[in-house]
Write a protein that binds this ligand. Structure first.
Ligand code: ZN
Length: 314
């Protein structure tokens, strides 16, 4: 009887040790996995910058698209798919900006993943419509600072729901960032006021700046339409060169995420008609600058763009 009891005790001890070890491994694993943080994946560098400003050190943040990357043409790599499947929240622009990722997002939504389109923060009736674009709306919403403020509030809301224990921090970060955006708007308006109204004509490779034009009183003309997926034809280039000559436009602009050949073709067409037009510089349209530079932030990018535009058109 005593021996049986002994064997039973030893077995119990073994079970207990195994159970405790297993529990320890499980808890260690989950601690290592999220460190109390959640995994957040973002698409464009503008969205990555915004989410970083709100989430700070409380989230593991991974942005898929770096500087100079064109979201219209971007396809998910295998690495991206695994990042997305490990994400707790995915923030993307929506309105078909990330045209080739739509299927991946749909798949993620089927897996009950939280996929958040920042464009959902906006009232559709205030968006610029387009019958030629897949979503029927212009997706370049970040070029309206007021829309970006709405996107900021939306990110605060989503992160607060995911990590309620840190909601006070997200709220404070959001308020600080909203103040910075308001100050940015004031600075931009001051710079733009130095440019006479009839010189506020912005010619770029693709139609990324319609919201910018509407907000700041520029007439905006893009050669390639809302998406870079459609190439400009010879007729488009000729029409654009006539417009530039007719309106006495001093400078036209290339974009950091779009090949420069289309804008160079326009310059050549203007020159062929014995007129001159400068290439006024490279603007950041659908991607921010190098992450280590000032243009690697949304605020720095916007100031750089406006200074470049105003200096070249003056
Ligand atoms: Zn675009």
């Amino acid at each position: 009887m005593k021996t049986k009891q002994k064997i039973f005790n030893t077995r119990m001890k073994k079970y207990l040790i195994i159970t405790l070890c297993t529990l320890a491994i499980i808890s260690c694993k989950s601690e290592k996995k999220d460190n109390g943080k959640i995994n957040v994946v973002t698409t464009t560098s503008m969205i990555t910058d915004l989410v970083k400003n709100i989430g700070g050190d409380y989230i593991n943040l991974q942005g898929l698209m770096g500087s100079g990357v064109d979201p219209h043409l971007y396809k998910a790599s295998e690495g991206d798919v695994s990042k997305l499947s490990e994400a707790d929240i995915i923030f993307y622009n929506g309105l078909h900006l990330e045209g080739k990722l739509v299927e991946v997002f749909e798949k993620m939504a089927h897996q009950n993943k939280k996929t958040i389109a920042l464009s959902d923060a906006l009232d559709e009736n205030t968006l610029i419509g387009s019958e030629f674009f897949a979503s029927n709306y212009d997706p370049h919403i970040w070029f309206n600072v007021d829309y970006w403020k709405e996107a900021t509030k939306y990110v605060v809301k989503q992160l607060s729901e995911a990590l309620p224990e840190h909601q006070a921090v997200f709220k404070a970060n959001g308020e600080a960032y909203l103040n910075k955006l308001e100050a940015l708007k004031t600075r931009l308006n001051k710079i733009i006021q130095t440019l006479p109204e009839d010189q506020r004509v912005l010619v770029t490779a693709h139609d990324a700046f319609n919201y910018f034009g509407k907000s700041f009183g520029f007439e905006v003309v893009g050669l390639q339409g809302l998406s870079t997926a459609t190439e400009a034809g010879v007729q488009d280039v000729q029409k654009m060169s006539d417009f530039i000559i007719d309106r006495k436009v001093k400078a036209i602009f290339i974009e950091s995420s779009v090949p420069r050949r289309t804008i160079e073709a326009v310059k050549a067409a203007v020159n062929a008609k014995n007129h001159d037009v400068e290439i006024g510089g490279s603007l950041y349209s659908d991607a921010l600058g190098n992450p280590d530079s000032i243009e690697g932030t949304y605020i720095g990018m916007f100031e750089y763009n406006v200074n470049t535009i105003v200096n070249a058109l003056k």
